[in-house]
Design a protein around this ligand. Structure first.
Ligand SMILES: [Zn+2]
Ligand SMILES: [Zn+2]
Length: 139
């Protein structure tokens, strides 16, 4: 509804500003593909932004509102925005979100990491043992 619409706009303002500084790797962390690369944030920007604004009582439902606090948000969430990220190909990115949802919950962060490492190990063919148990463990 109205909140969702505004939600997208506020997040877009943050992405626009922050993306200039993103360091995207040259290939998918999981499969090393070099095409259709996208950046995945372990911490959903939507979750971060809205819980942060709520906790401080900021109104980010308007352009003016979000623009007034955008730099503050970005500087306080440096690691979530720039470090706790993975470069993934579109295929693996879509796969991840089909497992953890469009806006993964904060509590899923360790699980997302584990899932990414597991997929990577499967692709590189090493390390993973007990293959048959993998999916029951991670879905
Ligand atoms: Zn991939
Ligand atoms: Zn993502």
């Amino acid at each position: 509804m109205a909140k969702n619409t505004n939600n997208r706009i506020a997040v877009k303002w943050v992405r626009d500003k922050a993306k200039a500084a993103y360091v995207k790797q040259g290939c998918c962390y999981i499969c090393s593909s070099t095409s259709d690369l996208e950046l995945h944030h372990l911490h959903s920007i939507t979750n971060l932004l809205y819980s942060w604004a709520d906790s401080l009582g900021y109104d980010i439902s308007t352009d003016e509102g979000i623009l007034a606090v955008r730099d503050e948000f970005i500087s306080e969430h440096y690691s979530e925005l720039y470090e706790l990220v993975y470069t993934l190909c579109n295929r693996h990115h879509v796969m991840l979100h089909s497992v953890y949802g469009k806006i993964p919950s904060v509590s899923s962060v360790p699980k997302q990491k584990q899932w990414i490492e597991t997929q990577r190990a499967k692709v590189t063919g090493g390390v993973v043992t007990g293959r048959s148990g993998l999916f029951t463990q991670f879905t």
